[in-house]
Design a protein around this ligand. Sequence first.
Ligand code: ATP
Ligand code: MG
Length: 442
Amino acid sequence: MNLTPKEIVEYLDKYVISQNDAKKTIALALRTRYRRMQLSQELQDEIMPKNILMIGSTGVGKTEISRRLAKMMKVPFIKVEASKYTEVGFVGRDVESMIRDLVVNSISIVKAEQEEANKNKIQNYILNKIVEKLLPPLSQGASESKKDDYQRLLNSMEEKVANGEMDDKIIELSFDKVHIEFNDTNLPPEMAKVQESFSKIFTAINKEDNKKEVTIKDAKELLKLEASSKLLDTMSINNEALKRAENGGIIFLDEIDKITVSAKSQSRNDPSKEGVQRDLLPIVEGSSVTTKYGVINTDHILFIAAGAFHLTKPSDLIPELQGRFPLRVELESLTEDTLYKILTQTQNSLLKQYEALLGVEGMKLTFEDEAIKTIAKLAHRANEITEDIGARRLHTVLEKVLEEVSFNAHEHSGSEFIVTSELVHKQLDEIVEDDDLSRYIL
Ligand SMILES: Nc1ncnc2c1ncn2[C@@H]1O[C@H](COP(=O)(O)OP(=O)(O)OP(=O)(O)O)[C@@H](O)[C@H]1O
Ligand SMILES: [Mg+2]
């Protein structure tokens, strides 16, 4: 994808309100990778990605930005919580597993593309297989006219299967290979080999018993797997996927502040956190990781780390790691106005979601503008009084406002419900102003 930084920001604007610095920085980082790919191999090797550290309190859009990006760019992308590597009883789930997950993600992207590109071939394969079951083969030495008839029958049958007319009919399918996919990518490659052997044994055991009665509808799905494994070139998919993960992959390291140890808390007694930071170093800096699909070099993978850094500061990260995240962006806390815009201007905003949900019950839900403003105001107020949980507050607040309506919606099918400012006040005022109450309810 070769969108300009401006186009990337424009796209993000549809989903994330304000946070312009973060959007710009990320857009630029992505464009830089595109630029890099246009250069000679020699220069390409020199240009390292500039990893990004996003700092901002909870619920201000850190994860949302990355999530949207990944969707738009169709690049290999995964999100991991840094804190999970410190979990007690954490065995075997090594930090490198994030790279393996990235490769798996990449493979699914490339595979989907290939399936799309070979849609017709795959479709034909499936139809052939099904029609084969429906029509007994023509006997040897049939006359020319018989052959013609047969062909005509075949064609009309194919059409019927294709357009779903025969979906309910049951046929017996035999599978060439039982598709038992062991896909625990978190296992190191040595273990993956063991997995493969197991998978082979299972296949062998299942050999005799690989006939199954299914509806044509299900057969279409089942045969899709077989078709793509037969028609698509797995090797080249894997290679392409590795290459893309290597050059275009993004790893979003969420909750990075959870693996920092505050310099103030003298006890520095959290070896596991620092340990994870040290484990991360080589990966972020660039090293080779062996995966089931081949070796991948992590030099050019872009890392975007994010954290609230309430109790710790970025400078509490071990120095080597700090240096690997040269770009810092701060996300702003959400103002009343931003909250209002989040409700009204984002694609699939919460309001639209509620409207659609109650629409299912045949109820027309509308929000007066004044009511939305009040919701934003009270959400902001609740954030001030208790903890600032950013836009997440809107969820709890709206839930409270619509509690009654939502519960009884099915009884009011066909009617319209207008959310007014009075209703919002009635539902929320008491709670917001009562510290204890809002702590529990909002
Ligand atoms: N600036 C924003 N514009 C639009 N929606 C937002 C914005 N900030 C947050 N949201 C919404 O709030 C919710 C939480 O946001 P998000 O997951 O990005 O938080 P975060 O910054 O990653 O917080 P945390 O530090 O807790 O992980 C999401 O549903 C998101 O859509
Ligand atoms: Mg987050």
